[in-house]
Ligand binder design. Structure first.
Ligand SMILES: Cc1cc2nc3c(=O)[nH]c(=O)nc-3n(C[C@H](O)[C@H](O)[C@H](O)COP(=O)(O)OP(=O)(O)OC[C@H]3O[C@@H](n4cnc5c(N)ncnc54)[C@H](O)[C@@H]3O)c2cc1C
Length: 437
């Protein structure tokens, strides 16, 4: 190994970016790869889909983030394959050799093999998918204006969200507020009593990982916002025109949003890495691969455990693992041994809408306005870039004061209507036996 060992990081999400930052100003030569030249702040993606924020507000150019880190380079590339024996990464451009490798490619939507879901349901995992979903919702309202057939009109005005976890609850709340607020003003000719926002959840409660009183609060708030809640409900089929439940109920809709599950990026399986049921790669406590100790896995792609349970697929886990992997590599470069990863739990917070959120931290369960202020402050502070923080703050204030959504735009998309099909191709190896929401 030469004087400046090359560390290649695949993915500039939370895990990859935090790993790269932790190796700044060291003797490592770091190369960060991603298919996008920006980092996406995924926790606010649902607000892009709900016309609350512009896509640019939640992304930040990777090169700007790395500008002051002289030993870290960025390479825009689609990662195709890793050859672990020759220690090279194959991309759509050059092949890149590494001394150490960090895999941080994140996760994809998990459809649990439900027929039609991968083809017809909308996902919320990438910026393009957020814009695609916003386009769909706004386009359906535009089409409904000219639709004389009542059944067709109601179908266009029905949105079904599958999955009552944090993303499903946050998006449902934001959508309900969009519909009952700005859309009422924009679509005066429509009878908005025909609009249905339906949330489908397999278990008996929303936000099932949180204390019962917080789940009950979220449920009550959404109910009061006019959302139809179907708990203990399993989806059996999704088509272009309806979603069908296991009990035979058919909900006519052209907009089904799947937030019910995620799994590790399937590429790791294609490359022959050992994975858990959820497509996450089995790692040693130090985050290394057992057969290739020079390779580390972090974030959603890594299967780690805390107190005998899998670590959640959330940003703090990815950031902390990225930092640990980087430090372990530096330790190894300096002749030391890697240390095990310990997750420091910073709690969970979910917003339901205006003045309403839940926070669960260190055994303390808070809901309502105080929790909402905490949620706003934490998300604002975590966003990368002062300009983004300012823009998001202005948009939130505008929305709060005037009950307006600034970005009700139907934008042309480069990838057009292919987004759902593309996701279905990338997850075609999914198992089909699991239960779904
Ligand atoms: C809608 C949504 C809301 C969320 N809300 C929250 C929240 O409120 N709080 C929270 O803590 N967590 C939240 N999460 C989860 C959190 O975002 C993830 O746990 C976190 O992003 C995982 O980090 P990661 O680095 O593993 O992957 P990611 O952040 O997903 O990064 C993966 C990166 O790899 C790149 N990549 C993947 N494949 C390739 C390839 N073949 N070639 C090139 N580049 C590639 C991607 O472009 C991406 O930049 C949310 C997730 C979503 C989708």
């Amino acid at each position: 190994m030469h004087n400046h060992p090359r560390v290649v990081i695949l993915g500039a999400g939370f895990g990859g970016l935090w790993a790269a930052r932790s190796m700044a100003h060291t003797r490592a030569e770091v190369m960060l790869l991603d298919r996008n030249n920006y980092h996406t702040f995924l926790p606010l993606l649902y607000q892009v889909a709900a016309a609350e924020l512009s896509p640019e507000d939640i992304v930040y150019p990777v090169r700007s983030i790395l500008r002051k880190l002289p030993n870290v380079q960025f390479c825009l590339a689609d990662i195709h394959r890793v050859d672990f024996s020759s220690t090279t990464v194959a991309t759509n451009g050059q092949a890149i050799a590494y001394d150490y490798l960090i895999l941080a490619m994140g996760s994809v939507t998990h459809f649990f093999g439900v027929p039609g879901a991968a083809q017809h349901a909308f996902n919320l995992k990438t910026l393009e998918q957020g814009i695609d979903l916003r386009n769909q919702i706004l386009s359906c309202f535009e089409r409904a204006l000219h639709e004389r057939n009542r059944e067709c009109r109601r179908r266009l005005l029905t949105v079904a969200i599958v999955g009552g976890g944090p993303t499903g609850v946050e998006f449902t709340g934001a959508l309900a507020e969009l519909v009952r607020g700005p859309m009422v003003k924009d679509f005066r000719q429509l009878d908005l009593r025909e609009v249905r926002v339906v949330l489908l959840e397999a278990s008996q409660t929303l936000l099932s990982g949180l204390p019962r009183k917080l789940s009950a609060y979220a449920q009550d708030r959404l109910h009061r916002m006019g959302v139809e809640l179907h708990l203990g409900t399993t989806v059996s089929e999704v088509t272009r025109l309806f979603v069908k439940l296991k009990d035979g109920t058919v909900i006519p809709t052209e907009t089904v949003i799947w937030t019910a599950g995620v799994r590790g990026d399937p590429m790791a399986e294609f490359w022959g890495l050992p994975t858990s049921g959820g497509g996450r790669v089995q790692v040693l406590p130090t985050l290394q691969l057992a057969d290739h100790p020079e390779v580390y896995i972090v974030g959603d792609l890594a299967h780690g455990e805390t107190n005998g349970r899998p670590l959640p697929m959330i940003a703090p886990v990815a950031m902390q693992q990225g930092t640990t992997a980087a430090r372990n590599i530096l330790r190894h470069m300096n002749g030391g041994n890697p240390l095990p990863f310990h997750y420091s739990d910073r709690g969970t917070m979910v917003t339901i809408g205006r003045n309403a959120a839940v926070v669960n931290f260190a055994g303390c369960a808070v809901s309502g306005f105080a929790a909402w202020v905490v949620w706003l402050s934490v998300h604002l502070a975590k966003l990368i870039g002062f300009r983004n923080r300012l823009l998001v703050l202005i948009n939130w204030a505008w929305d709060y004061l005037f009950y307006e959504r600034a970005v009700r735009l139907i934008l042309p998309l480069r990838t057009g209507g292919d987004l759902r099909q593309r996701e279905s191709n990338s997850t075609s190896t999914e198992d089909s036996g699991d239960s779904a929401a």
